[in-house]
Design a protein around this ligand. Sequence first.
Ligand code: KG4
Ligand code: ZN
Length: 341
Amino acid sequence: MEQQNTEDVLILAIESSCDETAASVVKNGREVLSNIIYSQIALHERFGGVVPEIASRKHIEKINQVIRQALEEAEVSLQDITAIAVTYGPGLVGALLVGVAEAKAISFAAGIPRVGVHHISGHISANYIEYPDLEPPFVCLVASGGHSHLVLVKDYGDYQILGRTRDDAAGEAFDKVARAIGLGYPGGPKIDRLAKEGNPDAIPFPRAKIAENEYDFSFSGLKSAVLNYLNGCRMKGEEICQADVAASFQKAVIDVLVEHSLHASKAFSCDKFAIAGGVASNSSLREAFRKECEKNHIRFYHPSPVYCTDNAAMIGAAGYYEYIRGVRHGWDLNAVPGLKL
Ligand code: KG4
Ligand code: ZN
């Protein structure tokens, strides 16, 4: 067993809000001692998306094993753990409940405090893991399967939402377009790969602007434009170049995300900008942000892909800052599927 300093804060973190059963041990908010992820993707693939009931059942089956592995890999025991952090929303209610119930059970048995963590706060905090120098304030774009938020991170755990999606999340648009061109679930990584072979300027798909809030997003019009384009081609008997559709669609999403994000960074005089969430692992998106940030003298932070998609290390990082702020949850900690940031 690794010798731990008594001053160290060791967080055992649990994440089960969607289709990943994950546990991690994080030291002092930034050092990941273990990061175990059991992905259910293969299980949901044939249904073309996440089936909530199947997700909950699999979480129950896997959670103990994943936690045990996280402790083993970190070479610590429950006695070394300072607090348990768990995602309690937003997400699928049945899936969240598995993590929350597990966290309460361990907390009771081991006599350690519980800290409930917001899933999006977790995604944002993923940036702290690989950048020890990163401190608020900064602007963060969170783009995942369920969320597209432009957030001003004022302090640890203190957020101001500047913009959000009016309809589909960015990742949802990737998944739906991927299904329409026959790529399967989850669409993001598949479009990412295929787009490399296509021409991003081949098809002029729309970039939506929202009059009431310049930082808000809308992706459903873009999704419909792709579906209309595909139908039009089929009706005219024209061949569809999947790679061109993927590349042109992806470019339309990235253009809007980059424009809004840079605009917000400048408006709030932030010289630090971060990305988070599953879509943040998109290679063209990372490249586009890298270029634009460099041009505008903004430092660009981007977690490794494993910390972009759902994981528990990010919950451990966010949980640490909640813990040192004095946040503790009672036994009434519950899953909140529509939890607000
Ligand atoms: O953050 P995440 O793992 O789960 C949620 O909290 O939703 O994000 C999953 C989403 C899916 O929609 C997936 O298609 C998308 O992230 N995604 C990507 C890529 N990898 C995952 N989208 C674009 N490019 C990628 N490389
Ligand atoms: Zn997520």
